[in-house]
Write a protein that binds this ligand. Structure first.
Ligand code: COI
Length: 357
C-alpha cells in the first residue's frame, strides 16, 4: 500500500486521448473531461494510494453516505495557457486554504497539501494539451471529496474519496445577466455553511433560482437570511457594485464565500488606484443608488464565471436597468483586463499568482 509520506503518485495512462472529440468553440463546463483524474482514498485514519488514472466512473454502493447526507465538498480552479505556451494553475494555495475550512466545517479529514497541490500539478501537467489558450477559456479543475462509508446511520463518515477531474471551459455566461433581489429564500444563515464550498449550498440554491428564472431573471441576488435587508452574493458568485465611483463588495463572514476572484479583484483595484470598500450594502441603498444613477456598475465574480456583468436588478417587483457604459471607463472591464493580462501571461505576474506546472 502506498502511504502519502513517500509521495509516490503513480500514473496509469489512458490508452488513447479523447482530445480530438472536443469542439473547442463550444465548451460547456463539464461537457468534456480531460483524459485523466486523480483519486486518493482515506480510511482507518489515514490517506493512502493516490493515483492518477484514466478518467472514468466510480463504483460505489447505493448506501454510500455522500449520496444521502451531503458530506461533500469541492473546489473550482482554473489552469491557463500563457502566450508563450506554458500552463499554470491560478492561485492554488488560496484555494487550498479555503478547502481546509470547508473540510473542517463538514467534519472531513483534510487531504494533505502534497496530494492536493502536487497531485493537481502532475495531473494538469499530464493533461496540459487540454488547457485552451484563447482569452475567456481555461482548463477548469474540480477537486472534490465525498464520504464513502456504506452505512445509512447518520454519523461522521470514517472513509472518504478525494478526486480531481478537469474540464476545458469557455465563458460560463454568454451575456450580461438580469438578477432578482431575493427577499424570501436564503442561501446561507449565520452559523450555517455559507462560507464552505459544500454541495448542499448549491443544491439548496436551485429552487429559489428556478423561481427567479420563471420570472425571467438569470440569477438571484442573495440577501442575508435574517432581515433580507443586506446583499450577500449573486447566484454562485461574489458581487461587486460601483457606487459613486467606489468599488464596493459585501464583507466576508460565515455566510459568504471567500472568493479567490473576489480577492484578486480587490488587490488589482487597489493597485490601479480605484477606491475600494468592503462593507454591507443594504437593499435600500442599492435601490436608491439605482434610482439616482449612483450605482454605475454591478457584476458577479467567481472562478467559473470570472466577471459577469449585471445589466438589470429586480427589487420587490420593480426592475432597475444599469446603463452599459460605452465610454470605456468602466471598472469591471478594466479589472477583467488586468486579471486576464496576468493569467494569459500578457503582463508580469507581480503577485506570484501563477503556479506553473
Ligand atoms: C466556481 O465558480 O468555480 C464554482 O464553484 C461555481 C460552480 C457552481 C460552477
Amino acid at each position: 500500500m502506498n502511504l502519502i509520506s513517500d509521495m509516490q503518485i503513480p500514473v496509469r495512462r489512458a490508452p488513447h486521448s479523447r482530445i480530438h472529440e472536443v469542439d473547442w468553440g463550444n465548451l460547456e463546463l463539464g461537457q468534456y473531461n480531460s483524459d485523466h483524474m486523480l483519486v486518493c482514498d482515506y480510511s482507518e485514519g489515514r490517506w493512502f494510494g493516490p493515483e492518477i488514472m484514466p478518467f472514468g466512473p466510480f463504483s460505489l454502493l447505493p448506501t454510500t453516505l455522500a449520496f444521502h447526507y451531503g458530506q461533500t465538498i469541492f473546489e473550482g480552479m482554473k489552469a491557463f495557457r500563457t502566450a508563450d505556451g506554458r500552463v499554470h494553475i491560478f492561485r492554488p494555495e488560496k484555494h487550498y486554504e479555503r478547502w481546509v475550512r470547508s473540510a473542517e466545517r463538514l467534519c472531513m479529514p483534510v487531504v494533505p497539501s502534497e496530494v492536493f497541490m502536487e497531485g493537481m500539478r502532475r495531473l494538469v501537467q499530464l493533461d496540459r494539451e487540454w488547457a485552451p489558450g484563447s482569452t475567456g477559456s481555461a482548463l477548469y479543475i474540480r477537486p472534490f471529496q465525498i464520504a464513502t462509508d456504506f452505512r445509512l446511520k447518520l454519523k461522521i463518515a470514517e472513509s472518504y474519496r478525494f478526486a480531481i477531474v478537469c474540464s476545458p471551459a469557455g465563458n460560463y455566461f454568454s451575456r450580461p445577466v438580469r438578477v432578482k433581489v431575493e427577499r424570501e429564500y436564503a442561501r446561507a444563515v449565520k452559523g450555517g455553511t455559507g462560507y464552505a464550498k459544500c454541495g448542499g449550498n448549491y443544491g439548496a440554491s436551485l429552487f429559489p433560482t428556478q423561481m427567479a428564472k420563471a420570472e425571467g431573471y438569470d440569477q438571484v441576488l442573495w440577501t442575508d437570511g435574517v432581515s433580507h435587508q443586506y446583499i450577500e452574493e449573486s447566484g454562485m458568485m461574489n458581487v461587486f457594485f460601483v457606487i459613486d465611483g467606489v468599488l464596493v463588495t459585501p464583507p466576508l463572514n460565515d455566510t459568504t464565500l471567500d472568493g479567490v476572484t473576489r480577492d484578486s479583484l480587490l488587490v488589482l483595484a487597489s493597485a490601479a488606484g480605484i477606491p475600494v470598500e468592503e462593507r454591507s450594502v443594504s437593499v435600500d441603498e442599492l435601490r436608491e443608488g439605482l434610482e439616482r444613477g449612483r450605482v454605475r456598475e454591478a457584476f458577479g465574480a467567481g472562478t467559473a464565471a470570472v466577471i459577469s456583468p449585471i445589466w438589470q436588478i429586480g427589487i420587490d417587483g420593480r426592475d432597475y436597468t444599469i446603463p452599459v457604459s460605452r465610454d470605456g471607463g468602466s471598472i469591471g472591464p478594466e479589472l477583467k483586463e488586468a486579471l486576464d493580462s496576468i493569467r494569459y501571461g500578457r503582463t508580469e505576474d507581480p503577485y506570484g499568482w501563477n503556479f506553473y506546472v
